[in-house]
Design a protein around this ligand. Structure first.
Ligand SMILES: Cc1cc2nc3c(=O)[nH]c(=O)nc-3n(C[C@H](O)[C@H](O)[C@H](O)COP(=O)(O)OP(=O)(O)OC[C@H]3O[C@@H](n4cnc5c(N)ncnc54)[C@H](O)[C@@H]3O)c2cc1C
Ligand code: SF4
Ligand code: SF4
Length: 418
């Protein structure tokens, strides 16, 4: 398809004011190597015009109507961080999230607000591990244990997770899937250091989940941002059932990687790692650790040796803690073999209480470690904007200026002036 960027170039008819086309998202984000492969644009498109291309990036599969929604909700495009104010969630009725809309609300928001103790507004923080030791989990297995409990109690019908690719040429590549049984959840345990265009899976047609499924989403913070922002608006998002998401779980994240770059080139080709024998890949204490099943360490190197394979768009991300999720989980802040858990909403709390009998729970070991890494993550994001970060100042990232810089236009201002 010839890539006209504007209607004038297609047929000579004047461009209506305020429209943003997919090609503009492509130019400012995808072609600029800033896409973090969250899949939000696919899920937001009401005409199902965006698919996932061979390179795992969004691509147009049919006509773009210029509705602007892919741009409006792209975390590297026009996403309004105000849309991520935490929901006044109601766990009882399972209703879609109701998002606060009072701009003067002093409560937390991702782009600023008073960070209560550096971790944001949370209702619980713990170190957690699954009471049963499940194989293949990354840290304490808390994510998997929680999902299994919710499936068995009937609170959810499925969970959007990442499972190993079934393609033998893609060892250690995570692909997005909806797990519908405890066994499927456990088969998908562990961390994959690649993005999966996860939210594209919310087109549920292939999953036979019934008319009104209730889903949990496990994702990197940027993916949870996409869900939360889309849920803050009431419209049908084409085939994608954003309305089905009743629980969001963020995996704390400072960066994700390009699969080919990290796993194939750096690990397999350069360091001769036998991927068939690998039991676990982990990024911990500033190091990349790759362990074989017999316990031998195949790689133990500073993570900076692998920075060249990280997604460029991750540099701009200031959301290590996944502040828009109902629950955030990560390894930092807890002893090895445990998962750090931050609960932010009533929904998150209700889910955690449901799983409590299956969990070993104790006080978070080192909350300050989470704050320190969050500050570092923000410092990197501010540096990518060419500005210094003051940890005592407001936690505000001026994405508008940033987007203008990359897009070379004032698009975002145009979109939201409508
Ligand atoms: C790209 C990435 C970067 C991370 N960076 C950090 C970090 O810097 N600091 C930190 O403290 N923690 C980080 N984590 C989180 C950490 O690796 C663990 O996922 C977390 O501690 C939960 O461990 P667990 O044993 O409770 O989870 P498990 O019980 O093992 O379950 C993990 C769940 O996550 C899902 N999953 C795995 N990979 C992905 C993916 N790429 N996208 C979406 N879902 C996925 C799995 O399908 C599974 O459901 C990162 C995770 C990822 C995927
Ligand atoms: S960052 Fe996400 S929403 Fe933006 S173009 Fe990439 S996949 Fe789409
Ligand atoms: S660092 Fe940020 S943008 Fe990159 S994958 Fe993690 S949450 Fe997404």
């Amino acid at each position: 398809m010839k890539r006209y960027r504007l209607r004038e170039q297609m047929n000579g008819i004047d461009e209506p004011p305020g429209k943003v086309w997919f090609w503009e998202l492509a130019a400012a984000v995808i072609d600029a190597d800033r896409c973090i492969q969250c899949g939000t644009c696919v899920a937001a498109c009401p005409s199902n015009s965006i698919g996932v291309g061979e390179l795992g990036l969004p691509e147009l599969v049919k006509m773009c109507t210029g509705c602007s929604l892919c741009w409006d909700f792209c975390p590297r495009g026009g996403l309004r961080y105000e849309a991520l104010w935490p929901p006044s969630s109601s766990a009882e009725d399972g209703a879609p999230a109701v998002v606060r809309s009072d701009a003067s609300d002093p409560y937390w928001k991702i782009s600023g607000g008073p960070p209560a103790d550096g971790l944001g507004a949370i209702v619980g923080r713990y170190a957690v591990r699954s009471a049963t030791r499940n194989r293949g989990v990354q840290d304490g297995g808390a994510v998997s244990a929680l999902l299994v409990a919710l499936l068995e109690s009937g609170d959810i019908d499925g969970a959007l997770v990442a499972k190993p690719s079934s393609d033998p040429d893609e060892p250690w590549k995570g692909v997005a899937t909806i797990a519908r049984t405890p066994d499927e959840v456990l088969e998908a345990a562990g961390s994959f250091y690649n993005q999966t265009m996860a939210l594209a899976q919310l087109d549920l047609a292939r999953y036979q989940l019934g008319p009104d499924p209730r889903l949990a989403v496990v994702g990197t913070p940027c993916e949870i941002q996409g869900i939360r922002a889309m849920q803050s608006r009431r419209w049908a998002t084409g085939a994608h059932r954003v309305d089905s998401v009743v629980l969001t779980i963020a995996l704390m994240c400072t960066k994700s990687f390009d699969y080919e770059g990290l796993i194939v080139r750096e690990l397999r080709d350069k360091r001769r790692v036998d991927l068939e024998r690998v039991a676990k890949i982990d990024v911990v204490d500033g190091k990349m650790i790759v362990e074989y099943r017999d316990g031998q360490r195949a790689v133990d190197e500073p993570i900076k040796h692998f920075h060249g394979t990280a997604l460029k768009g991750c540099d701009e991300c200031a959301d290590f803690l996944g502040r828009s999720a109902d629950i955030s989980m990560g390894s930092v802040g807890s002893l090895s073999g445990w998962t750090s858990v931050l609960i932010r909403t009533d929904r998150g709390l209700a889910a955690f209480e449901r799983a409590r009998p299956r969990l070993d729970i104790r006080a978070l070991d080192d909350p300050d470690a989470l704050v320190r890494l969050d500050n570092l993550d923000k410092r990197v994001a501010f540096r990518s904007l060419g500005r210094p970060f003051d940890p005592d100042g407001p936690l505000f990232v001026d994405y508008e200026a940033h987007v203008r810089h990359y897009a070379g236009s004032d698009r975002r201002a145009v979109v939201h002036a409508r």
